[in-house]
Design a protein around this ligand. Structure first.
Ligand code: ATP
Length: 947
């Protein structure tokens, strides 16, 4: 039986690593055992923070009622209630009428809207939080003697956690080892500069948080280096947990569209009030005060008619459906506004490795000073042969090759292991490929790590483009296997990285078992070889070493990476993803320019870019070095032409985004490293990699690619466009209808004085919510139009009413009103002169308005194609919505209790037929408009051609 350690709330900075390990009963070589983990999870719970989201539920609910449209409705409900009260007192209320019906109905709608808004907002926040947790960080830990990846929430005190650049620290802990470990603790201390961590110090108990350099804290970011940490505190017991209010809440900022809708609501409400004033005044002037009651009722109806009650719900549902469709296509949206912005993207800047290529590196050949060898074998299986001019060669007999392959395994942080019968790589695929090639020559990392223990390292970064390790060489126990040239030194430095950079730091070269001067001639030959390989699209790494007399572990500045002895080149192939070619072509059709930004060699980049269609032969490649010399203004001149940036460092990415944005582009930018975060934040859509991305890059992103695949970005853009098109479609549908209703109501006291209001508030609510709402929801489901990716992107800053939408709404509103008013005037006199209830003209107006909207919904599915040209079943929801709504509308006329409640009257079949006939005019009008637009467009094309 194992016992959990005592209360872990100790001043850990005062302890040395061994004391801390003892206290937590852990082992630095093997970590915890499974029973220990189980017991500690019981005792301490999961390593999770209780997230607070800033607003209480009550505050969210209250916020719903601050909407100006709902306030208008509340005012209408109150006034209508007062009028009913007066009627009750006067005894003038109609017998069949239910008093306060409108007031209750309106208030019910207000409350329902509020609750709906509340549920949707909370759901949206929860959904976003869930999406975020899908991209939640994993941690590398040591348990039961082996390295494994677990979810951060599974950590317990006593775990041994392995940190490297780009990770977010998942718990508080005491450092056991650190190599150039620098951590940004801004989340905790507000200090933007990274803190250099030290293992050896023991600090007083009262050391300030920012100075506890022997500890690491949850939520901070590893900027550089590596470290091994003993987890001491998890969950709410961490420093971050103690100040839980500082936690980033779930982001639920209103999307640009939602903001614009808010502005629209205000405009509508003020517009409606102005119209009410006009109608009341002109009514008073023409008919006099005797008509005040009717004018007031007309005003109330108009106020209800103007508010698009169903619109906010439909927009939220559409955005939510959009994010769901994107998830299905492997794109996780982290910030809701991204759904809209995606549709407007004009430039996609993408990394090469992993996004455009498969990130499955396989070494093709190795090149030492004397010999070039082709390597055979499949995937990550360390089995294969070395060939020289088609003759198999035994690696053991090649001292240069031995030294080169040794560098491959020693200067390496990845692990090659068998998982369920298959060879797999834990860590960087580039390094994995090097372990595989060394394995083919019989060199194993474990063995060599034991024989040449690592003293220090200068880690890889995208800026340095190289890494070095320093290992001890125990001369007292000479190792027979060590190549003789390496054997005679106290310690050794191995360096690998971009071939040009490593070569520049080399002064000598290994030839056989001798070290010779690296003449200019030799240098040129190596560079020529490097270029020749890169031009084939291969990734080429250069290797070198340096014998050192024993140095202290702290002596590792950049000057140690000098006077190197060149070992050779290793090239590897990373096949382009086959599906990306198509995606690039789709981008071009959609007016989107794909741009490759890579840390790799310009020739490698060019070969891959040409293969994928991102660049044409002869296109300019801008390198990081060249970019550095350009001012932002100069860079702006280049960004429109350059499709490949090579050998760039992360800070260049930021400048590229800025330059593109200055040129008016809407930029999506991918990134995976810790230093990509500023560029991701700057980009209009920052895209992080789900598989290889660092936690820090994910935190900074708007969207995460679950499969790291460029094709997913294009899919998300397509979905973004569909969402935006559909939102515009139902906005013009709903608002066009509102305008029609308002105009019809306004016309009644002017054209038919003392006739009473044609539509009651209750009937208007019914129209806006049910007969408009259901088809609008169905329109939100409309699949992508075939040309959605065949047209240039729209400007996201454009007004929602741009490109004719505002005009369309007003036009369609007027057409609807003309149809309804014509019917209203005709039916008013017709019903007055025929048997039956003389008030039934109102029901005819009500029915016509509803049914005309059904015709509108059918016709509006496409802006250019006629309804008969569309597949009726491509959006079955619209058929269902129109069918259902028509039946419901007829029930309001033919089911007696509903008739009583809604204040409608029975209509004869002929009268209903007349309503349907008038309604059809709406459908015909929209279809005629399409024909007209098409004829106009084709005449313009003919005219342009003949010019
Ligand atoms: P991309 O930016 O498209 O993902 P990349 O993976 O080539 O491209 P980086 O990871 O920044 O970009 O690598 C830049 C260069 O650094 C590589 O071309 C290679 O020469 C070198 N390099 C890459 N990985 C390592 C490594 N693990 N150790 C040493 N050098 C490396």
């Amino acid at each position: 039986m194992v016992h959990a350690p005592p209360n872990p709330a100790l001043p850990w900075q005062t302890l040395d690593p061994d004391q801390a390990l003892d206290l937590l009963q852990s082992d630095r070589q093997t970590g915890l055992t499974q029973p220990q983990v189980a017991e500690r999870q019981q005792q301490y719970g999961l390593n999770e923070l209780e997230t607070t989201d800033g607003r209480t539920s009550f505050a969210i609910l209250l916020d719903q009622f601050k909407n100006i449209m709902l306030l208008l409705l509340i005012a209408v409900a109150i006034i209508s209630g007062v009028l009913d009260l007066l009627d009750l007192q006067d005894g003038t209320i109609a017998e069949a009428d239910i008093p306060f019906k409108d007031t209750v109905a309106i208030l019910a709608i207000v409350i329902l809207n509020g609750i709906l808004g509340y549920v949707q907002e909370s759901r949206a926040e929860k959904a976003l939080a869930a999406l975020k947790s899908l991209s939640a960080p994993k941690v590398r830990i040591l348990r039961e003697g082996s390295v494994r990846e677990v979810e951060a929430k599974e950590l317990v005190p006593g775990d041994i956690m392995l940190l490297e650049a780009g990770m977010q620290v998942a718990a508080d802990g005491r450092l056991l080892e650190a190599a150039n470990l620098q951590i940004r603790e801004a989340a905790l201390t507000g200090e933007a500069h990274a803190v250099e961590k030290q293992v050896k110090l023991q600090l007083p108990e009262d050391t300030a948080l920012g100075d506890r350099v022997n500890l690491v804290f949850q939520g901070t970011e590893v900027v550089q280096g590596r470290g091994t940490v003993l987890v001491c505190n998890t969950g709410m017991r961490t420093e971050l947990g103690k100040i839980a209010t500082m936690l980033q809440s779930v982001e639920s900022e209103p999307t640009p569209l939602q903001q614009r809708m808010d502005q629209l609501s205000k405009a509508l409400v003020y517009g409606a009030l102005a119209l009410v004033a006009i109608v009341v005044l002109s009514g008073l002037i023409t008919v006099g005060v005797g008509n005040l009651r009717e004018l007031l009722e007309v005003s109330l109806s108009m106020a209800v008619a103007v508010v698009p009650e169903g619109l906010p719900a439909v927009i939220t549902v559409t955005l939510a459906l959009g994010t769901q469709r994107m998830v299905r296509r492997h794109a996780l949206i982290r910030k809701l506004p991204a759904v809209e912005t995606l549709g407007s993207v004009t430039t996609i800047c993408s990394d090469k490795t992993g996004t455009l290529t498969q990130n499955k590196m396989v070494v093709q050949s190795v090149h030492t000073e004397s010999i070039s060898l082709r390597v055979t074998g499949e995937g990550y299986t360390p089995e294969g042969q070395f060939f020289h001019s088609n003759q198999p060669i035994s690696p053991a007999q090649q001292p240069e090759l031995q030294a080169l392959l040794l560098a491959c395994v020693i200067c390496n942080d990845s692990v090659l292991q068998k998982e369920q019968g298959n060879w797999a790589i834990l860590g960087d695929p580039t390094e994995g490929a090097l372990l595989v090639v060394a394995g083919k020559a019989g060199l194993q990392k474990d063995t060599w790590d034991n024989q040449l223990p690592r003293l220090n390292e200068i880690p890889f970064s995208s800026e340095r483009k190289r890494m070095s390790v320093i290992v001890a060489n125990d001369r007292a126990n000479p190792n027979a296997e060590l190549p003789s040239v390496l054997a005679d030194t106290a310690s050794l430095l191995f360096c690998k990285g971009s071939a040009e950079i490593v070569l520049a730091a080399a002064t000598h070269v290994l030839v056989g078992t001798d070290v010779e001067a690296l003449t200019d001639d030799r240098r040129d030959r190596i560079l020529a070889k490097n270029n020749q390989l890169a031009a084939q699209g291969l990734r080429v790494l250069g290797f070198a070493y340096r014998p050192l007399e024993l140095i202290s572990a702290d002596e590792t500045d950049a000057s140690t990476e000098q006077n190197l002895i060149w070992l050779g080149l290793v090239d590897m192939f990373d096949a382009p993803r086959s599906e990306v070619r198509d995606a690039v072509a789709r981008c071009r059709m959609a007016g989107i320019r794909p741009v490759m930004i890579t840390g790799d060699h310009q020739l490698t980049a060019r070969a891959i870019a040409e293969n994928l269609g991102i660049a044409e032969p002869g296109d300019v490649v801008l390198t990081g070095q060249e970019l550095e010399k350009l001012s932002l203004a100069e860079l702006e001149h280049h960004v429109d032409r350059v499709s490949i940036y090579a050998r760039v460092a992360p800070e260049h990415k930021l400048r590229i985004v800025q330059a593109l944005q200055h040129r008016g582009k809407i930029v999506a930018m991918t990134g995976d490293g810790v230093n990509d975060a500023p560029a991701l934040k700057q980009a209009d859509i920052g895209i992080a990699m789900g598989i290889t991305g660092t936690d820090v890059s994910k935190e900074a992103s708007d969207m995460v690619l679950q499969d790291d695949n460029f094709t997913t970005i294009v899919a998300a853009v397509e979905e973004g466009r569909v969402v935006y098109t559909n939102i515009r479609r139902f906005i013009k549908y709903i608002l066009g209808s509102n305008i029609g209703e308002v105009l019809t109501i306004a016309a009644s006291p002017l054209l038919l004085p003392a006739s009473g209001v044609p539509l009651t508030p209750l009937q208007i609510l019914w129209m806006n919510l049910v007969t408009d709402g259901l088809p609008a929801l169905a329109l939100a489901m409309e699949p992508a139009e075939p040309n959605v990716m065949n047209r240039p992107p729209h400007n996201p800053k454009e007004n929602i009413f741009a490109r004719g939408l505002g005009l369309y709404m007003v036009r369609i509103g007027i057409v609807l009103a003309i149809i309804a008013i014509a019917l209203m005037v005709w039916s008013y006199y017709y019903t007055a002169s025929t048997p039956g209830n003389p008030e039934r003209w109102k029901t005819m107006v009500f029915t016509t308005l509803c049914l005309a909207q059904m015709g509108h919904a059918m016709a509006i599915r496409s802006n250019t194609r006629l309804t008969i040209e569309l597949n009726p079943f491509s959006n079955p929801f619209i058929l269902i919505a129109v069918g259902l709504t028509t039946v419901l509308q007829l029930m309001l006329v033919y089911v007696a209790p509903l008739r009583n409640f809604f204040g409608t009257h029975y209509l004869s079949p002929m009268e209903i037929g007349i309503c349907i006939g008038f309604s059809l005019l709406m459908f015909v009008w929209v279809e005629l408009e399409k024909l007209f637009v098409r004829a106009y467009a084709s005449r313009r094309v003919r005219r342009d051609r003949s010019r």
